[in-house]
Design a protein around this ligand. Sequence first.
Ligand code: 5GP
Ligand code: SF4
Ligand code: MG
Length: 466
Amino acid sequence: CGIFGVVGLSDAANFVALGLHALQHRGQEAGGIVSYQPDQGFNSARRFGYVRDNFTKQSLMETLPGQLAIGHVRYSTAGSKGPTAIRDVQPFFGEFSMGGAAIAHNGNITNADALRREMIDRGSIFQSSSDSECIIHLMARSLQRDIPARMEDALRRVEGAFSVVAMTRTKLIGVRDPLGVRPLVLGRIGDGWCLSSETCALDIIGAEYVREIEPGEMVVITAEKGVESHHPFRPARPRFCIFEHVYFSRPDSIIGGRSVYETRRQIGVELAREAAVDADLVCPVPDSGTPAAIGFAHESGIPYGMGIVRNQYMGRTFIEPTEQIRNMGVRLKLNVNRALIRGKKVILVDDSVVRGTTSRKIKEMILDAGAKEVHFRIASPPTAWPCFYGVDTPQREKLLAATMSEDEMCAHLGVDSLRFISLDGLYRAVGEAGGRDPDQPQYCDACFSGEYPVEPADMIEKGFQM
Ligand code: 5GP
Ligand code: SF4
Ligand code: MG
């Protein structure tokens, strides 16, 4: 998901809408905005579909006045059962003593089931099936005397991955979990401030990038007093999601001082060193494979070409929540450039293989178009484990790499060769010259390694075996 918040600018909701539009790649099912205006209180709008189709209408934006607003774009992740219901669309908002608050959450709370049961037993009335709603109820139950302190209280009970943008009647609040699994950055615009999942959304509104919110940090921001920093959690060694670098973030964002594009290009360079193959053409599977393909072509000296063309009017295939839509999705979205492919040995570069659906379809299309050979090169290690921290990977049984070796996957996909970047190669590409530290990995890489930095308590209760 993507989150964005603004304080200290009139018509803050309009800026939030623009920010969410730039974060649309992080979630396309639905979006929502909450704003606060003293004479009206909190207002909210939550809609299915793209930001541009909803939050551009003047009639809607007029209902979201004020200098303080937050927003969220959503895609459903682990634990959600199929397509989103409108009641699960964030931000969530609640009135309780000390005034109300609204929150937008990116990540996944790994002990949400247990917390929900406990609070329902004690009388809480839940409005949604979302794990994120727990935070609001924990805040409402806290005995602290101001809302930021209640939020600290609440978040100390929550486990898992959370980047949160929240608002009270006067304050914008941003928090990252102690491991800093999901991103969150701070920006400055005129007399105002903003919080965003990624820097690309600061660019769209002309905000200046200030810094990242640190893992385990909570910032409380007002237009008058600026940014106040708190550290409510016990310090821990950060474990940022390495998959943000590979796929999830936009290539024009900066993470940890590094250009995401440059990291992806470097992944391609590493991949060409690790898994060279004789061929005539390097093609990306657009768009997610593009920077790695550019790096691969550069390093190998094999020409780069657009062998597959993407229809710009389709969203990300993977994010479509049902199997049926996903299956159609590949054809609706990608087509082969026959004139370029015919008679050639082709290297296809993609970011990941999850179920294998995309790769299988693409291989068929490429062979139909008359390619002589098809070699897959993948910009991440085999995805053998589900993510429980906010990226939508399917159950373990559905992951190709959970049950098959690399050779078996190659045979299953019916390609001439299939190679994945090594974990060490990936770490080098993100800037860790010495590779992965096996004792204390510098990132979360659980979907590749099976080493979960936070125990997924709810899933273990449901029978998941680590
Ligand atoms: P598959 O077709 O193998 O199930 O999925 C792989 C494709 O889904 C890749 O092309 C990748 O770009 C895309 N994808 C989109 N979202 C995600 C995600 O959240 N995780 C992973 N691993 N791949 C994703
Ligand atoms: Fe990111 Fe994978 Fe960790 Fe999930 S399991 S947070 S996708 S690295
Ligand atoms: Mg892709």
